[in-house]
Every structure is written in C-alpha cells, then in structure tokens.
Write a protein that binds this ligand. Structure first.
Ligand SMILES: [Zn+2]
Length: 82
C-alpha cells in the first residue's frame, strides 16, 4: 500500500495522512468538518496533532486561505480541545 503524504498548514512538514487532522470544507453545504468520513467531499487542509500547528494555522488566516473560506475561533477551539 502506498503511503499518502500531506503537508501541515501550520509547520509545513509533510507527514503520513494518518498522523494528521483533516479539515474539510464540505462541498454540499460549505460546512467545516473535522476528520470527516469518506463520504465527505470538499477542499481539505491538514494539520499535525499539536496545539502549535493548530495555532499557527490561524495566524494570517492560513487555514482560511487553504480552505478558501473564513474559519473562526470556534473551529480553533474545537481543534485544540480534541
Ligand atoms: Zn504541523
């Protein structure tokens, strides 16, 4: 099986998909979903499972730019609390 590598929006490191948080802007309604199921399609961003990367991804709206939608602090809270 080939390993799927993704780049973290926070630190820019490339890691295995399984080691990262996936955040998807769902195509159907534009909702932001954290670690969506396989039936969820949309533009996605990836983050390491650590608070630094989560916080960094909100600096200068990086995550918003990757997802091409405005993400808010509520999402940040959800990511940090998980
Ligand atoms: Zn990272």
């Amino acid at each position: 099986m080939t390993e799927v590598k993704r780049k973290c929006v926070g630190c820019g490191q490339i890691k295995n998909r399984e080691e990262m948080i996936k955040i998807t802007r769902r195509n159907t309604d534009g909702a932001i979903v954290i670690n969506p199921d396989l039936k969820t399609f949309g533009r996605s961003a990836y983050l390491c499972y650590n608070h630094d990367c989560i916080k960094k991804s909100f600096i200068k709206n990086r995550l918003s730019k990757v997802l091409k939608t405005q993400v808010n602090d509520e999402l940040k809270g959800q990511l940090i609390d998980r």
